[in-house]
Design a protein around this ligand. Structure first.
Ligand code: DC
Length: 231
């Protein structure tokens, strides 16, 4: 298969983006990038520095912090200026504030710049998020938009927390997801929308394996088209 494709995957929280993007990247031997982890990292630092109500300070954090995503043993580890903050970025407090941080234009500009730079590494890449198909890589080779019912998405998030030994209320999680959906898709800058040319996959009733197979089939189709054009 041709190498160095850019595979862009967008969708709301709990649509199965991370799990399927990771597996697709592993199958193809591509770099996997969880762009949401970068917005979470900035949110985490803003909470730590107590600057959540100061947009200029938050933008400065996004611009000046060296954010590294390392994919180790199937998980994204997040380092800011060399410090491992992986556990902190999934906290309830970060969940509650990340949509507010990610609607700040200056934050988005700084992080999109870092994300675009990853696309120039000259390797295949699978990046997932909310604006990857529309803003970060509008010319991606493959564009996927994942959706799923709110009930199914809530169920997945609750399971994720429970697997980590964290007890959470179903209602609380569903409310947080609904609120984030609303904030993410109605914000002025780079809202979560399906790109016109993205292929939509509803993951409510399919298994992870089926999702991954579908995406890999789309990637293969793209590669075959590219190869036949070259001939
Ligand atoms: O994928 P996630 O749930 O970890 O993302 C956390 C938040 O980050 C999400 O509520 C919206 C924001 N985000 C964004 O605005 N743009 C992206 N490309 C990725 C995430």
């Amino acid at each position: 298969m041709s190498k160095n494709l850019i595979v862009a995957i967008d969708g709301p929280a709990g649509s199965g983006k991370s799990t399927s993007a990771k597996l697709v990247a592993r199958h193809l031997g591509y770099l996997y990038v969880d762009s949401g982890a970068m917005y979470r990292a900035v949110t985490f630092l803003a909470i730590k520095k107590n600057v959540l109500n100061n947009n200029d300070e938050i933008i400065k954090l996004a611009e000046e912090t060296n954010i590294e995503l390392k994919f180790i043993d199937g998980e994204t580890r997040v380092f800011t200026n060399g410090k491992n903050i992986t556990d902190g970025i999934r906290s309830v407090e970060v969940n509650e504030n990340v949509s507010i941080v990610s609607k700040i234009d200056g934050v988005r500009k700084a992080l999109v710049k870092k994300q675009k730079a990853m696309g120039n590494l000259n390797c295949g890449i699978v990046m997932e998020g909310r604006d990857i198909t529309t803003v970060v890589f509008p010319n991606a080779d493959v564009k996927i938009f994942l959706t799923a019912s709110i009930e199914r998405r809530t169920e997945r998030r609750v399971k994720e927390y429970n697997e980590k030994g964290i007890d959470v209320g179903v209602n609380e999680i569903q409310q947080n997801i609904s609120l984030r959906d609303k904030l993410d898709s109605t914000r002025e800058v780079s809202p979560l929308v399906k790109a016109e040319d993205a292929i939509e996959i509803d993951t409510s009733k399919v298994t992870i394996e089926e999702q991954v197979e579908k995406i890999l089939a789309i990637v293969k189709e793209t590669v075959d088209k590219k190869d036949s054009k070259r001939k």
